[in-house]
Design a protein around this ligand. Structure first.
Ligand SMILES: Nc1ncnc2c1ncn2[C@@H]1O[C@H](COP(=O)(O)OP(=O)(O)OP(=O)(O)O)[C@@H](O)[C@H]1O
Length: 337
């Protein structure tokens, strides 16, 4: 599978196959009826090109390396043959899918469950290591009492992280380009008035905004253009005040990070963390992530149902349904944020 790219709209439908293959159906490829119906229910009227090429070979049990552009239906190209084979030889533990990122693991699991719901398929997601979400929560706890601007690279991650933090009891609010102007202003004003201590933003907020009391800027996703680093960190330490900037650097970001250090002519020191303390947060963060995913899904469905509302309801405070479940459940509200 090609490396995934983060989409702002992951549900965008891929292009159907063209030419003589245009008329092929999932049934023609050898997919069993119950799975053809599942495709139908997902609105997959015809297989995509990679699905047309991969599925018949996979159904023969052949090894495949499939390359196709992002969003072209590669997940279905391997999930359908797996489910088809499972139906032929039912058993408890059947397939292991390895992915390069946690997000992709959850996304693929959801697709397996959507395709396999009518045949009772269950999938489990196992992720390892300490996740940067957990480090973010650790840093917010360590620096509690400050006001934060957290930058993410996409609207989707901004929204997701805002939901995650709210589920953990932080007063976080998003600001991104998929929100209407009035919602954006509303978020900004709540943050400016100190009614919210964490503003999560894409680069729409990195330039020009003058909010005097930002104590800490967090680059949760490293900026792709090193100049944006300067704009982002310039949101703190304004008018003679002091401020802090913290940048998350994953193994994929080293080159971008070195470019930033080169641009600013400075080696940035490592932020000290106590791994044992970070570990202790894992369980709560994992649960909050699960709720955040549910809320994002709930919100996406609501948007589909009420088209006129599209793009206008991105404030995380709209996700009341799930939040009530969280508040009434195990998650504790945290004071002082
Ligand atoms: N035959 C089809 N018809 C319509 N939609 C489809 C079809 N197959 C897959 N999709 C939808 O297309 C979207 C993209 O599919 P998928 O995530 O598998 O792409 P991908 O090729 O794996 O992309 P990436 O490389 O970015 O991970 C998903 O929302 C999926 O539900």
């Amino acid at each position: 599978m090609a490396a995934p790219e983060e989409h702002d709209s992951p549900t965008e439908a891929p292009q159907p196959a063209v030419g003589e293959e245009e008329t092929k159906t999932f049934k023609d490829l050898g997919v069993t009826d119950v799975l053809c119906e599942a495709c139908d229910q997902l609105g997959w009227t015809k297989p995509t090109k990679i699905q047309i090429e991969a599925i018949p070979l996979a159904l023969q049990g052949r090894d495949i390396i499939g390359l196709a552009e992002t969003g072209s239906g590669k997940t279905g190209a391997f999930a359908l043959p797996i489910l088809n084979a499972l139906l032929e030889t039912p058993q408890r533990l059947f397939a292991l899918v390895l992915t390069p990122t946690r997000e992709l693991a959850f996304q693929i699991s959801e697709q397996f469950e959507a395709l396999g719901s009518s045949i009772g398929v269950q999938s489990a997601v196992i992720v390892g290591g300490i996740d940067s979400d957990t480090y973010l929560v650790y840093i917010l706890n360590e620096l509690a009492g400050n006001s934060f601007m957290i930058f993410c690279s996409t609207c989707n991650n901004t929204q997701r992280t805002a939901l995650l933090l709210r589920n953990l009891g932080f007063t976080a609010i998003p600001l991104h380009g998929q929100m209407s102007q009035s919602k954006r202003l509303g978020s900004l004003n709540k943050f400016k008035a100190k009614a919210r201590s964490i503003l999560l933003a894409t680069d729409v907020a990195s330039r020009g905004l003058d909010i005097p009391h930002v104590d800490v800027v967090v680059n949760f996703d490293i900026p792709t253009h090193s100049k944006d680093y300067i704009h982002r960190v310039g949101r703190t330490a304004r008018a003679g005040r002091s401020g802090k900037a913290i940048t998350f650097v994953t193994q994929y970001d080293v080159e971008l990070f070195q470019r930033i250090e080169h641009l600013i002519g400075k080696k940035l020191p490592v932020f000290p963390t106590e791994d044992d303390e970070v570990m202790m947060l894992t369980e709560r963060v994992t649960e909050a992530q699960r709720f955040a995913r549910m809320e994002l899904r709930e919100h996406g469905e609501k948007k589909k149902r009420t088209r006129e509302d599209a793009g206008d309801n991105d404030d995380t405070e709209g996700a009341i349904g799930v939040r009530n479940k969280v508040a009434g459940g195990k998650m504790k509200k945290r004071k002082g944020h």
